[in-house]
Design a protein around this ligand. Sequence first.
Ligand code: GDP
Ligand code: ZN
Length: 296
Amino acid sequence: MLKGKVVKAAGGFFSVRDKSGAEHVCRARGTLKRGKNGLMVGDWVLFDPSEENSVTESGEGIIEKLLPRINRLYRPPVSNVDQLIVVMSLKEPECDWQLVSRMLIFAEKEKLSAVLCLNKTDLVGEKEFAALTGQVDYYPYQILYTSAVNGSGLEQLEERLSGQCSVFAGPSGVGKSSLLNAIEPGLSLQTGIVSEKIKRGRHTTRQAELLNLKCGGSVVDTPGFTRLDFSKLEADKLADYFPDFDPLLGRCGFRNCRHISEPECAVRQEIGRSINPMRYDHYKYFIQELGKQEVF
Ligand code: GDP
Ligand code: ZN
């Protein structure tokens, strides 16, 4: 039996990539077809690629066992994702910093590592660039500055993608497909992020697909977090999803400090120092939002 990863699923068939990179068309054992253990793209499985497998007549292999999942996303439906690449453009469209924070909360919640990729650097002059980069001081995430047009920063992005399974996220028009195409010309994005735009609005559910990158990583062909429908998130837990506050844990006067109006709050004392003011504003905004409806 071989170990492999499901990279594509359609009509009851699964493409399973083995460690050499070869793909095998397989069917699945009955119990793996539906329900919680229903196979999905991203799953690690044990499979028997044998052509003479007696269970099937048409010569495909058979998936015998689903290996434990590290995580599972619902939109796009894919498992074992390592990281989220949040893409925003510095201009056209302007960067939506609050949406960045929302996506980063999502990443924390799903236990994905995250990187912020600020694209279209070619559209801003030096001064403007300096002002924009000043806004991300003390961001507790790696920040990449890229241009799909002039190629700057693409090596760093490729390095970050290498060996990982990544989901790209960000609003339409920021350059997600352009970045992937620039890194890897010929990537079959016609079935992916590009066509997702065409499909938007129609309620089609399609299986995600994992695209293999030359740098050794893979990328989900469907952008993530296009709808930020958080399952219930408690206001009390929100601070856990702000790694910005981690170094200050336990330093507030009150043990259950929410970092809003309590006296001797170590977090509030650090705003403008080790805490980015804009990030704190987002935290406060979300706390209020959660207070109103307990979900967002
Ligand atoms: P997506 O919706 O996030 O996949 O965005 P696209 O990749 O389709 O890009 C949207 C538009 O922005 C296209 O017209 C691209 O040519 C343009 N674009 C993408 N990246 C850059 C960039 O780095 N610089 C500039 N100037 N334009 C870009
Ligand atoms: Zn506090």
